[in-house]
Design a protein around this ligand. Structure first.
Ligand SMILES: Nc1ncnc2c1ncn2[C@@H]1O[C@H](COP(=O)(O)OP(=O)(O)OP(=O)(O)O)[C@@H](O)[C@H]1O
Length: 293
């Protein structure tokens, strides 16, 4: 994604926030804003319509139970969107649909305006530039921090190519930059198994970043972290915002307060409310089903 498109995405989020200011939170999503008049080049995700992710009227049933029920939402390039909602609201299922793990029964799921994600397999979606981080860290415990990050670059290659794989200068620079971003520059030679829970989470995020994802989906990234680790994770996410688009599912409200622009509340498989955190926290329906009285 190019800086000008990211800038346009940021402007779109700002415009939305401005439009939301003073309003009651809306369930509006799937907006049909005009294009920005810039054509995407080949291999680039086409975000000329101001959306990197677009879901419209998605439905999924499991044995007759409607886990996702008319879900529509969209995310702007460079946006950091927080998703909250009660247990069973459909947050994980939504991420499963975006990443190709679950096929919806009906609906539209687009990456940019031209890539119909429902036509792709899970592995192909990862290659298209959608990275996913599950709740539990999955790093290679026997390898060092450096080796884990290096390995992340090899995963796209065949066995022979990865045996002879050597980082080039640009990749070394990138690795160094990511080490710094994920607060592990001082731990580069440490075995991943000896890192704290929070550091393992950062390392896994670093491994995803090595593949330069355009969209990152993060499921409860600060669960189990200390307060200090949570604070540093918030800093990390604020650094990533603008360079990548992020969708963060979390229950930790103070973390959400630190990082969020727009918050989407899911309930019963669709969007219950959307707006700034203050707006959704003041929404009677959200209080009823999620925040409690
Ligand atoms: N493979 C499946 N088969 C049957 N039911 C499923 C399946 N996957 C999810 N569900 C059901 O769909 C609903 C939505 O589940 P999902 O895990 O997406 O919710 P969630 O919002 O992520 O909840 P949590 O906050 O607890 O993680 C739940 O009622 C769940 O039991």
């Amino acid at each position: 994604m190019t800086p000008d498109l990211l800038e346009q995405g940021a402007r779109r989020v700002e415009a939305r926030l401005a439009a939301l200011a003073g309003q009651t939170a809306q369930t509006e999503s799937g907006g049909r804003t005009a294009g920005f008049g810039r054509l995407a080049s080949q291999g680039e995700v086409d975000v000329t319509h101001g959306r990197i992710l677009y879901l419209e009227d998605v439905h999924v049933s499991f044995d007759g139970f409607k886990a996702i029920n008319g879900l529509s939402l969209d995310i702007a390039p460079g946006e950091l969107r927080c998703i909250i909602g009660p247990n069973g609201a459909g947050k994980t299922t939504m991420m499963d649909i975006i990443t190709g793990k679950t096929r919806p029964d009906s609906g539209t799921v687009f990456f940019g305006s031209t890539i119909d994600l429902l036509r792709y397999k899970e592995s192909e979606i990862a290659q298209l530039g959608i990275g996913r981080k599950f709740q539990k860290p999955t790093v290679f415990e026997q390898l060092t921090v450096f080796e884990n990050l290096e390995l992340a670059l090899k995963t796209n290659k065949g066995v022979k190519a990865s045996m002879f794989f050597k980082l080039d200068f640009a990749q070394r620079d990138r690795l160094a930059e990511i080490l710094h971003t994920i607060h592990l520059a001082d731990s580069v030679g440490r075995q991943a198994g000896n890192l704290s829970h929070g550091q393992k989470q950062w390392l896994e995020i670093g491994m995803l970043l090595m593949q330069d994802p355009k969209l990152l989906l993060l499921d409860e990234p600060v669960a189990g972290m200390t307060d200090e680790e949570t604070e540093r994770t918030a800093e990390l996410f604020l650094t990533l915002k603008g360079k990548h688009s992020l969708m963060v599912v979390e229950h930790d409200m103070s973390f959400i307060r630190t990082i969020s622009d727009i918050v989407t509340v899911l309930c019963d498989g669709s969007v219950l409310a959307q707006g700034t955190l203050d707006q959704v926290q003041a929404d009677e329906r959200v209080i009823e089903v999620y925040l409690g009285r």
